[in-house]
Ligand binder design. Sequence first.
Ligand SMILES: [Cu+2]
Length: 490
Amino acid sequence: MSNGTSVRRDASKMTEWDPALYWYARAVGRMQQRPETDPTSWVFQGCIHGVPPTVTVRNDAFNQCPHGGWFFLPWHRGYLWYFERIIRAAIREIAAEEHITPDPSTSWALPYWNYALDAPTRTRPTSFTSRALPAAFRSPRMPARSGGTDLTLDNPLFLRDDLDPPDEEFWAAPYRAKGKNSAFETNIYRDINPFTAMSETIFAATKSRPRVQPTFGSEITYTDMPHFQPAFGDLENAPHNQVHGGVGGWMGRVESSPRDPIFWLHHANLDRLWSGWLDKGNHNPDHTSWLDHEFIFFDEGGQEQRPSCTAVLNNAGDYSYESLTDGVGTRPLFVPPPGAPQAGRRVLATVGNPRQLLDVREPTTVEPSGVEGAMRSVAASDEPQTNLILTVHGVHTNMPPGTPFHVFLNGPTGDLDPEGPYFVGWISFFGMAGAGGHDASYDVTEQVQRLTEQGLLPEGPLTVSIVPSIPQPATVGPKPSFESVSITSI
Ligand SMILES: [Cu+2]
């Protein structure tokens, strides 16, 4: 059944128990009561994305979510669309049982979490209202009736927030990182600012390693749907990965993220940003290997469906968004540099020790030596013949740290402000827990030129710093590490 008039609204603008959030909570509770073998159950739907080790049900449709490839956006669009139908049907079921008229399901649509709605300004640098989880996700109790003020029901949107547990207890129960249930930001603005992604003009580029070609929606993977590879498009880099990491706990892992009810509002926002990007005149791929690819989902009747990517694109005609222009980001003080072609690489410097421990609370700084000459020659030319690529090698973690990590290319000033001129980019740990180390690469050519022009990179040792976005309490949990940092000219 299409619902041509449904409007997905902005949860950041809603009152705590707006009917859209109230009925979402009730329907999530209903899904959670269903057996794991039921395709419309909370656990089964989550497993379509990824399967936690504690779940014993198996299905061919499980573990599908593609990250780091050009199916990231359409797959999640289809995933959300069927989920929205399952929620709507559950609302209809509850309303019928409780004799509620008119049927609230007919006007219900999945809300989106517009974390970038409140952009900081020079006079209001720390506004973070929209960056806190919407209040309905932070309250342990909820009203029994829509519009009610009693708090008599357990709230299915609530997860405890806690320190990361020891490894072996990670799967014991869903949680968010410590402090996320306070009315405080889950991320700093820089981490969730969609400006860079929204400024891109191509959806997907052909494979390149290191991936320095900037795109909106990651690289062309032909008919492959990689479950996970760290070749992120800009939207996946920020805000997608950063919000997963910023909420932390089960949201920080591919196997468990859909089990936090905020997951679906996060992805609704990414889907909205995609619609907004197209609305600006950008285009989706037109390759048949993209358009004809089939995904597997389940509808509200528990029936398996295999829509093509084209069919999923058309699903967007069934709903609209309250706004395609709110919270699309603001130009950072310094826009991260664009990509560069890859050819004849020359390693200028490598520093670091295998499995160097990166302290979650403190910045870690290394000093690559022997690169100053190359930097001066890049900086001295308008059209540099070489590009400088900074790579953090062998990034690894046992469990997701509840915060993104920033990389800085710094002079002697020690300035680690992510809004400042030395910010290079992010290290993402989403999907990385327990996996082999991956490399994070950044083209710093333009940045070196700009810093030099502005006199911000005086002579002296160069440092590369890796810094947690939000300081974390010491815990026994996450042990993020990297092996080395290199600077290469290509
Ligand atoms: Cu996600």
